[in-house]
Structures are given as structure tokens and as C-alpha cells.
Design a protein around this ligand. Structure first.
Ligand code: HEC
Ligand code: HEC
Ligand code: HEC
Length: 408
């Protein structure tokens, strides 16, 4: 009897000790498992970054065609802050950001480069290549990974393949340019057609978004380009990292051959397609459109078949236009579609319709008629560039006007 009692007391004690031990060690076991899971995601994310993101966001995440992703804001704070910071990352990767598919930059009056480049949507649900897990892996890499890792994961560049077509060069000139691009090692870091590397931006269409001066500067010394000066579609200016492209030594002849070759790649820039009418503007060249927004062929044949231009004449003199004037064309605008046009072409200067490089557009539709607004868009105004049919077609303009009407 007595022995039984002692035994059960001992048993009880053992149970208590075991329970205490379990309670004490379980969290650290769970934490260990969570850490292994995160390390796995980070490693996977680094590979995905090297394969799909590096060419636009830079070899070490310091930014290039897209903004830098190595920013402290994504890595600061406790679990709550980190979770909050992961949301916009996840959303941007999942759904992308609107813009033009060929990288495109405008130069603002103060020298800023305004991006109009699309951030592609990446999830399968949006037509991209990534699974939901892939997106999580990338978010984990951006928040916890080591930015020195992706370069080594990019794989060997493909040195043979199909070079892209050139604009206005003889076959001999094009061949000479390509040979030099190869000989100077550019192809090791930059894609050209279906060949090349992934560290630097894909240069297949570079002639439609950068001018000769910029190309000369970058090749001679990447530090000559002021990268603190990029404004993204969100209207934000985000400091970029130091450029990682090495200065490539070459003589004046070689530099000219290479710049001529790069300038001939891709669709003609807007400026060459449709020179901006000086139209008595005080500062005609304050904004230099340097890029063709789409791969669309030059469509300068119709001399402005815009019904809106005619409607613009009487409006300024009449009393403030009613909030919803009848449109001069039968097409009804869709404000939701208009928002995507706005995000791609206007938001960098009028962030969310508010004051940025350009003035606030809030309530504009109650102060001006659609004719006057269309005319600002089609013809440009002050340092705002004009947007021709080839950039924003009549339907998109109607959508845009409908969207502007919602800015109250
Ligand atoms: C064709 C170039 C391109 C590629 C490829 C690309 N991006 Fe982007 N990305 C951009 C641009 C341009 C923006 C900025 C859009 C804007 O102006 O708001 C951007 C924005 C982002 C943002 C939002 C940053 C912020 O500050 O809001 C994240 C996150 C991002 N990209 C992640 C990725 C990831 C991850 C990949 C690879 C799966 C990737 N991007 C591939 C061009 C690219
Ligand atoms: C070691 C890799 C590397 C080599 C080699 C290299 N580049 Fe780059 N290049 C980059 C990176 C990375 C960027 C993005 C900006 C940065 O971080 O410097 C870049 C940016 C550029 C840009 C600017 C694109 C833009 O619109 O912002 C041009 C043009 C360019 N390189 C041309 C060349 C040419 C021409 C050569 C050969 C003479 C060359 N690069 C060799 C890595 C390289
Ligand atoms: C490169 C920067 C830039 C871009 C891109 C831009 N704007 Fe502007 N916008 C300006 C500036 C600067 C002004 C002021 C011009 C002035 O009055 O001197 C302006 C003025 C305007 C005005 C006239 C406002 C008024 O009070 O009369 C309208 C309307 C307008 N922008 C709409 C748009 C729309 C719509 C888009 C996109 C299709 C767009 N802007 C793209 C810079 C820009």
C-alpha cells in the first residue's frame, strides 16, 4: 500500500517535470522550424530574383529600370511592422503596376527622370509565371535575404542567338556595333534579343527610351548619371543605390559605334515620331519625351482627328462648365479603365491626382470643360508633354476624362 503511494507520487512528479520541460522547449522547437522554413523561402526567393527581377531592380536590389528593393523600410521593426511591410511588396509582385511594356522615361523640367515603365504582374492568376508560394519566397528574400547572393545565381549568359533588328543602320554598321557590344563584354551582363546576361537591364529596345547623351555618359562612367532623380509611377522619388556597372574603357571611335548601335535599337522614340509643336509655348523643350511608350508603329498619318480639339475652343470663355458635360463623341468613358491610363501616363507627375511635378487635378472637371482638359492632354501645357493618339487613343482619352471627373 505504502509502496503504491510512493510509486504514484513519483509518477506524478515525472509527469509534472515532463510537462514543464515540454512547455519550456516547445516554443524554441517551433521557432526553429519556422526559421528553417523561412531560410528555405529566402533561398528559393534569391533564385527567383536572379532569374526574373535582377535585370530591372539591379544585381543587388539597388534599382535600375525599377526602384530599389534593398530599402531599410522593408526590413525594420518588430514582427508587426515586418508583416505590415510585406503587404505592399506582395501586392506589387502579385498584380504588378500599370505602365508601358517597353521601359520608358520622360525627363522633367528639373532634370528628374519620370518612369512610365510597367512592373509586370507575376502570379499565374494574372498570367505570370509564379505560384503564390513563389511570391511568398520573393517577399521573404526581399525582407530577410542577402543581397550579395543573386548575382552568383543568375547563371551563365547565353552568348549566341538572334540579335534584335536595328533602325536606320546598314547591315554592316549593325554587325560592327553588335561585334563591339560582344567584344567589350556588354553581352555578359545585358540581354539583347534572346541572348545575353541578366545583371543589367535588357537593352533590346534601349534606343527608344534613352538618348545618345545618356548612353555616352553611362558607358564612359555610370556615376555621371544622376540616379537620385528617378520618379516612379507612384509619384515617389526613392534614392537608388550606387551604380554597379563598371566604366568600360574604349576609344572615341568605339564609343561612337556603340552609341549609334544602341540608339538604333527598338521603336523610334516619341520625339522622332511626332515632333512636339512649339505652338508659342514659353519653354518648348522643358520636357523631353525620350521613349516610345508602346511597340506601336508610328501613327502620325492622320493629322489629329480628335473631335475634342474642336470642342476646346469655346470652353475657356464660357462660364464654368457643368460637372458632367455631354461628351463630344459617342464613346462613354469608363473611370476604372481611365485610372489605369492615368496610373501609367500621368500619376508620376500628378500623384493620385494631387500636386507633384504638375498641379493638383482634384476638382478640375468642375472648373474646366472636357474640351479644355483634352486639349491640355493632347497638346501638352507648359512643361507637360503632349499625349498623341499613338500614346492615348480616343477611347482611352474618354476613359481618362471619366476618371478625372471622379477626382473630387
Ligand atoms: C521590366 C522591368 C521589371 C521587372 C522584370 C520586374 N520589375 Fe518590379 N518594378 C518595375 C518598375 C518599373 C516598378 C515601379 C513601378 C512604379 O513606378 O510604381 C517596379 C516595382 C516593384 C515593386 C514595388 C516597389 C515599391 O517601392 O513600391 C516591387 C516589390 C517589385 N517591383 C518587385 C519585383 C520582383 C520581385 C520582380 C521579379 C519577380 C520584379 N519586380 C520584376 C519593373 C520591373
Ligand atoms: C558587370 C556587368 C555589366 C557590364 C559588363 C556592362 N553593364 Fe551596363 N549595366 C549594368 C548594370 C548592373 C546596370 C544598371 C545600373 C547600375 O547598377 O549600374 C547597367 C546599366 C546600363 C545602361 C543603362 C540602362 C538604363 O536605361 O538605365 C546601359 C545603356 C548600359 N548598361 C550599357 C552597357 C554597355 C554598352 C556595356 C558594354 C560596353 C555594358 N553596359 C556593360 C551591368 C553591366
Ligand atoms: C512630365 C510631367 C507630367 C506628366 C507625365 C503629365 N502632366 Fe499634366 N501637367 C504637368 C505640369 C507641369 C502641368 C502645369 C502646366 C502649366 O500650366 O504650366 C500640367 C498640367 C495639366 C493639366 C492642366 C491643369 C490646369 O489647371 O489647367 C491637366 C488637365 C493635366 N496636366 C492632365 C494630365 C494628364 C491627364 C496626364 C496623363 C495623360 C498628365 N497631365 C501627365 C506635368 C505633367
Amino acid at each position: 500500500m505504502y509502496r503504491k503511494l510512493v510509486l504514484s507520487v513519483i509518477l506524478m512528479l515525472v509527469l509534472v517535470v515532463l510537462t514543464v520541460a515540454y512547455v519550456a522547449f516547445e516554443p524554441s522547437r517551433q521557432a526553429g522550424a519556422a526559421k528553417r522554413q523561412r531560410d528555405e523561402a529566402v533561398a528559393q526567393g534569391a533564385k527567383l530574383y536572379a532569374a526574373s527581377c535582377m535585370s530591372c531592380h539591379g544585381p543587388r536590389g539597388g534599382g535600375a529600370i525599377g526602384p530599389p528593393l534593398d530599402r531599410a523600410v522593408f526590413r525594420e521593426g518588430g514582427p508587426e511592422e515586418l508583416r505590415a511591410a510585406s503587404e505592399p511588396l506582395r501586392e506589387a509582385i502579385r498584380a504588378g503596376r500599370p505602365g508601358t511594356a517597353i521601359p520608358s522615361f520622360l525627363r522633367a523640367p528639373d532634370g528628374s527622370w519620370i518612369s512610365r515603365t510597367v512592373m509586370p504582374p507575376w502570379t499565374q492568376e494574372k498570367g505570370g509565371p509564379l505560384t503564390a508560394q513563389g511570391v511568398e519566397d520573393l517577399v521573404a528574400f526581399i525582407q530577410y535575404g542577402d543581397w550579395s547572393k543573386p548575382v552568383a545565381l543568375a547563371g551563365a549568359p547565353k552568348m549566341e542567338g538572334q540579335a534584335p533588328a536595328t533602325r536606320g543602320l546598314s547591315p554592316q554598321e549593325a554587325e560592327k556595333g553588335l561585334a563591339l557590344f560582344r567584344a567589350k563584354g556588354c553581352l555578359g551582363c545585358h540581354a539583347l534579343g534572346n541572348m545575353g546576361g541578366k545583371q543589367g537591364p535588357d537593352l533590346t529596345n534601349v534606343g527608344s527610351w534613352r538618348d545618345a547623351q545618356f548612353l555616352r555618359d553611362v558607358i564612359q562612367d555610370p556615376n555621371r548619371v544622376d540616379r537620385s532623380n528617378y520618379i516612379w509611377i507612384t509619384g515617389q522619388k526613392i534614392p537608388m543605390g550606387k551604380p554597379l556597372m563598371p566604366a568600360i574603357p574604349m576609344n572615341a571611335d568605339e564609343l561612337k559605334t556603340l552609341v549609334d548601335y544602341l540608339s538604333a535599337l527598338g521603336p523610334a522614340p516619341i520625339a522622332a515620331q511626332a515632333p512636339r509643336p512649339a505652338a508659342g509655348l514659353p519653354t518648348p523643350a522643358a520636357v523631353v519625351p525620350t521613349a516610345a511608350p508602346t511597340a506601336a508603329p508610328p501613327a502620325v498619318t492622320k493629322p489629329q482627328a480628335t473631335p475634342t480639339a474642336a470642342a476646346s475652343a469655346p470652353t475657356p470663355t464660357t462660364a464654368p462648365a457643368p460637372a458632367a458635360p455631354t461628351r463630344p463623341e459617342a464613346v462613354a468613358g469608363d473611370p476604372a479603365l481611365g485610372k489605369t491610363v492615368f496610373d501609367a501616363s500621368c500619376n508620376a507627375c500628378h500623384p493620385s491626382g494631387r500636386q507633384g511635378v504638375g498641379p493638383s487635378l482634384v476638382g478640375l472637371a468642375t472648373r474646366q470643360g472636357e474640351g479644355a482638359i483634352s486639349s491640355s492632354i493632347r497638346n501638352g501645357k507648359g512643361s507637360m508633354p503632349p499625349f498623341a493618339e499613338s500614346t492615348i487613343n480616343a477611347k482611352q482619352l474618354a476613359d481618362l476624362l471619366a476618371f478625372l471627373g471622379t477626382l473630387k
